[in-house]
Ligand binder design. Structure first.
Ligand code: AMP
Length: 218
């Protein structure tokens, strides 16, 4: 972590897009478009503030170990990573979605759960899924995947998936149905605890500006 630089970790896509108005409230403008550039470090209109692009699930790691001073991370990634060493001052109420269980249309989920048979679950979110099914008393065989979870029930790899759902269009396009909603998700501002002490003034200003610009609707 360079001492005078403030480094913000973001992931491409919804989180990046929906963080831009919050940055604008802090007077920060990102000078390059990640969809057009291959750069992983993006300059801003402030010489001492930069954005680094990392995978969504890596944001908590970057911030915890000081590769970034702060970051924006989905609650899903935070739960899977654990929140040790991270200061989480704000629910930004952006990139909202939910974690749900989905199965093939022709799979009788209710019956499988009631019968107490083992359910084969494919997911990237093994902690969330494990805790959810344990609380229901359902025995699961967990299959860890890193992407394209929707494919698992279609190929016989699993009976069910646990994945992020937003509009539901991806499930529908793959003939899957949402059978349980596990939790609502939004993105949080996370801050490295040492950085918060060493760069207190500047980070506080950014945190306060973000707080003032959090979307209120829905
Ligand atoms: P949808 O078709 O709108 O329900 O979106 C579902 C697809 O987008 C799935 O592949 C999800 O993994 C992904 N997705 C939905 N919401 C988010 C989010 N907030 N952050 C990252 N990925 C998401």
């Amino acid at each position: 972590m360079s001492s005078n630089m403030i480094t913000l970790a973001l992931s491409k896509g919804r989180i990046f897009e929906e963080t831009l108005p919050l940055l604008a409230a802090a007077g920060i403008e990102v000078l390059e478009d990640p969809e057009k550039s291959r750069k992983l470090i993006l300059p801003t209109n402030h010489a001492d503030v930069r954005v680094v692009l990392v995978r969504a699930s890596d944001v908590p790691t970057y911030v915890e170990y000081g590769g970034a001073d702060m970051g924006v991370s989905g609650k899903d990634s935070l739960i899977e990573h654990g929140t040790q060493g991270l200061y989480q001052p704000l629910d930004l109420r952006i990139a909202k979605c939910r974690v749900s269980v989905a199965v093939r249309k022709d799979f009788d989920y209710e019956r499988a759960v009631k019968q107490g048979s083992r359910l084969k679950v494919a997911t990237k979110y093994t902690s969330i899924a494990r805790e959810f099914f344990a609380a229901k008393g359902v025995h699961v065989d967990m299959v860890k995947l890193y992407g394209s979870m929707e494919l698992a029930p279609l190929t016989g790899l699993a009976d069910a998936i646990v994945d992020l759902v937003s509009t539901g269009n991806t499930l529908k396009a793959n003939h899957l149905v949402e059978v349980e909603r596990i939790m609502d998700i939004s993105s949080y501002l996370v801050v490295n605890q040492a950085a918060l002490k060493l760069k207190r003034e500047r980070l506080r200003r950014i945190i306060d500006a973000f707080a003032s610009a959090i979307p209120q609707s829905s």
